[in-house]
Design a protein around this ligand. Structure first.
Ligand code: PLP
Length: 418
């Protein structure tokens, strides 16, 4: 069947699609796979119980269930929910926003598709613009979202070596070129590395965005104020130049597909128009579930007292175990400093094989991770790290799975250097 350029671009076999397919097949024949590759949030018992209770409450409230299930909202989102979001950010962060700054969309993946294709690609005057990802590695989910080719440009970071086989990436501001950039985008914390750009780095990116009059998109899938899977202090910051994207996915609600976008009025209007065309309106289940916890600020406690400690403990345990399994070897391995998100980023410096080959060796031993090469959308340089890194998900509920998986990864890494 012949499809349009749009159809062709969105149906092409991408590397990651093939990888996921491959994994699905492997899992159906090997039921005992140790899954350290996915991005699903963990089932935290307190969080599961919270949404079960709230679900029951909605069912018991006079007509809330019927209103939630039976009404379209405007394409901008539920009016009362939007006002609740505005009050929450004004009360807690003194952000100068009104309902004209908030759009509710069907998950942040969809949100980025709208934003990237609106702010970059081909323009009516035949110019072309790109999305600047100032620090690669970056989120794999951005890579194929452009409906035009070469939507992204990204840059190699600088590396800070820390104690005990640990390192941290920083934005290399010297290299950033703003020519033909339509917007800057960062995930903070970053998937896949667990890096958190410092407040200073965000301030500099903000300045750059202002200077060139382009939006700075902050992908807050793991950040503050919720879900708050952040192991370092950050100051949430917003002004007209920033598009702040939040999602309900990592507070235990990935399947209800709800994101919250805070942006200037022009962007809000445009996103609302796109949403009307593509979706008519956004599902309301997430908005109903979460509204009371935003209204009474409980969402802050949920993040700080339940979600963050849960993931932080898992991260610390995984890091300690991996170092323990690598003890006594001379392998020049490094873990990225874990500052948030659900992942460990392992860098095997001067790895004698590619990390894709390492992934295949691990798969043969029933351990699933993601090879690093998929996390460099838009990076032109032939950086060796593309083939030296793995993303390892530490957040699985089952400690034994993580322990066994890390042990096998350590064995295979050592073998690769032997
Ligand atoms: N951004 C980042 C950095 C992510 O890791 C994810 C999903 O894991 C998303 C965006 C998409 O999240 P959702 O579409 O569930 O809101």
């Amino acid at each position: 069947m012949k499809v349009s350029s749009f159809g062709e671009k969105l149906t092409q076999k991408t590397g990651i699609l093939e990888l996921m397919d491959d994994l699905g097949k492997a899992m159906s024949t090997h039921k005992h796979m140790l899954l350290l590759g996915g991005g699903n949030p963990a089932h935290i018992p307190e969080i599961d119980a919270l949404w079960r209770k709230r679900w029951q409450e909605i069912a018991d409230n006079s007509d809330e269930l019927e209103r939630m299930l039976g009404n379209y909202t405007t394409p901008q989102g539920d009016d009362l929910f939007i006002r609740t979001v505005v009050d929450f950010f004004k009360r807690n962060y003194q952000w100068q926003i009104t309902p004209r700054n908030v759009t509710i969309l069907g998950g942040s993946q969809t949100t980025f598709f709208f934003l990237f294709n609106m702010l970059a690609g081909k323009f009516p005057d035949n110019t072309k613009k790109k999305i600047l990802l100032p620090l690669a590695p970056e989120y794999i989910g951005y890579a194929d979202q452009g409906i035009t080719e070469d939507m992204f440009v990204s840059y190699q970071p600088t590396i800070e070596y820390l104690e005990d086989h640990t390192f941290k990436y920083h934005v290399n501001f010297q290299d950033l070129n703003m020519t033909d950039v339509g917007a800057i985008c960062v995930s903070r914390p970053t998937n896949p590395t667990g890096n958190v750009l410092t407040d200073d780095e965000v301030a500099k990116l903000h300045m750059l965005a202002k200077e060139h009059d382009v939006p700075l998109i902050v992908d807050n899938a793991y950040g503050a104020p919720f879900p708050n899977i952040l192991f370092t202090e950050v100051t949430p910051f917003w002004d007209d130049q920033i598009i702040y994207v939040l999602t309900l996915s990592k507070i235990g609600l990935p399947s209800i597909r709800t994101s919250i976008v805070i942006a200037n009025e022009e962007i809000t209007e445009k996103l609302t128009s796109v949403n009307a065309i593509v979706s008519l309106s956004t599902g309301t289940v997430g908005q109903h579930l979460v509204m009371p916890y935003l209204a009474n600020d409980e969402i802050l406690k949920i993040g700080t007292d339940i979600i963050r400690p849960f993931y932080q403990k898992k991260a610390q345990e995984a890091i300690a175990l991996f170092h323990q399994y690598m003890q006594g070897s001379n392998v020049p391995y490094y873990l990225h400093k874990s500052e948030g998100s659900l992942f460990l980023w392992l860098w095997c410096k001067d790895l004698p094989i590619t990390s894709y080959e390492l992934y295949q060796r691990l798969k043969k031993r029933d351990v699933i991770v993601v090879p690093g090469k998929y996390f460099f959308p838009g990076l032109q340089s032939d950086w060796r790290q593309k083939d030296e890194c793995l993303r390892i998900t530490y957040s699985s509920q089952d400690e034994e799975v993580v322990r066994k998986g890390l042990q096998i990864i350590a064995e295979e890494v050592k073998k690769a250097y032997a």
